[in-house]
Design a protein around this ligand. Structure first.
Ligand code: FMN
Length: 313
């Protein structure tokens, strides 16, 4: 398979492991043992978070629900681990696969601080997560930046102040069911072409709900309403639709990374044909581990070879 260039990152092939899979250095080591071409660490926040305790993940077969609430060891952990890892443990990353870091701030300035700090520790790119739906406070669910033009602009403004001009910044969006809102947010991002080099679509579909046969909600923890982010196979058609719409609005220099429901080589090919430069796998990797990426890549190579014209004898 041909290598690809995602916003200046040389990737051996388009299949990455996406955010939500690597919260600790031991998760990262496992991900680097797969043949994925790059790994997204995080999402990480400025302070460490324990997340929501209880039944926070449900595998429903063709879909998954999660309401983890962004558990992660925080910026200081990764400030130390990332630099140490990249400088001293290269045996565990012999191919020097690019490491991206996904960040979530609770203010625009925090997004800027997280991006700057992780780039200083040699992260190759930052993915600004605008879409975590599972943060609930005493006043209810926190706003999701993907759906707020003012928040998108304020965060991009703060990040542009915090990082150098030539850094690789991506934005990860939630899925939009209102096409006009998708256009509005895409046009806001387009104002930051140059800063934003790729858009990742899509995060989980917010506030889905599932119950066990006896009526108990599948997602359940203290203070939970049972609502959770939807991922897995059920998200593929949604992700493809988001990608296709975004491709028609965003300027060409902003590349697209497809994520949502990828568990086969055919899924990858479908995203690439819809305009993605690269893709990320999350739920399937969480469910199957290394076997997921092995199987996806084996099938992708076969499909790519089949679609190439045969050399004449
Ligand atoms: C358990 C779990 C945790 C996740 N955590 C994050 C996260 O921390 N940051 C983020 O940007 N997306 C997170 N996501 C969303 C995924 O990165 C991805 O966008 C979404 O699940 C759709 O892809 P998939 O169908 O391959 O899972 C998480 C998803 C799952 C299932």
């Amino acid at each position: 398979m041909k290598p690809i260039n995602l916003a200046g990152l040389e990737l051996e092939h388009p299949v990455m492991i996406g955010a939500g899979t690597c919260k600790t250095i031991s998760d990262l080591k496992q991900a680097l043992r797969t043949p994925a071409s790059a790994v997204v660490i995080g999402s990480i926040t400025a302070d460490s978070r324990t997340g929501n305790g209880g039944d926070v993940y449900h595998d429903g077969g063709y879909f998954s629900l999660n309401s983890l609430g962004l558990p992660n060891p925080g910026m200081e952990y990764w400030r130390y681990q990332l630099r140490y890892y990249i400088e001293n443990v290269e045996g565990s990353n012999p191919e020097r696969k690019p490491l991206l870091v996904s960040v979530v701030g609770f203010t625009p300035e925090e997004y800027g601080l997280l991006a700057k700090t992780m780039l200083e520790q040699k992260a190759r790119a930052i993915e600004l997560n605008f879409g975590c739906p599972n943060i609930w406070g005493t006043e209810g669910q926190k706003p999701i930046p993907s759906f707020r033009r003012d928040m998108v602009r304020a965060i991009l403004e703060a990040v542009s102040q915090a990082v150098a001009d030539d850094t690789c910044i991506g934005v990860k969006l939630s899925p939009f069911s209102d096409p006009d809102q998708l256009k509005e947010i895409a046009r806001t991002i387009a104002d930051y072409v140059g800063l934003v080099q790729f858009v990742t679509t899509t995060n989980t579909f917010p506030n889905a709900y599932a119950v066990h046969p006896d009526g108990r909600p599948c997602i359940s923890f203290s203070g939970s309403s049972g609502l959770a982010g939807l991922s897995g196979k059920a998200m593929k058609a949604v992700g493809l639709g988001q990608l296709q719409q975004l491709r028609s609005i965003l300027p060409a220099p902003i590349q697209l990374v497809g994520v949502g429901g990828i568990s086969s080589g055919q899924d990858v090919l479908d995203y690439l044909r819809a305009g993605a430069t690269a893709v990320q796998v999350v739920t399937d990797y969480l469910n199957r581990g290394k076997a997921s990426i092995d199987a996806i890549l084996t099938e992708l190579v076969e499909l790519t070879e089949q679609s190439q014209p045969q050399a004449s004898a």
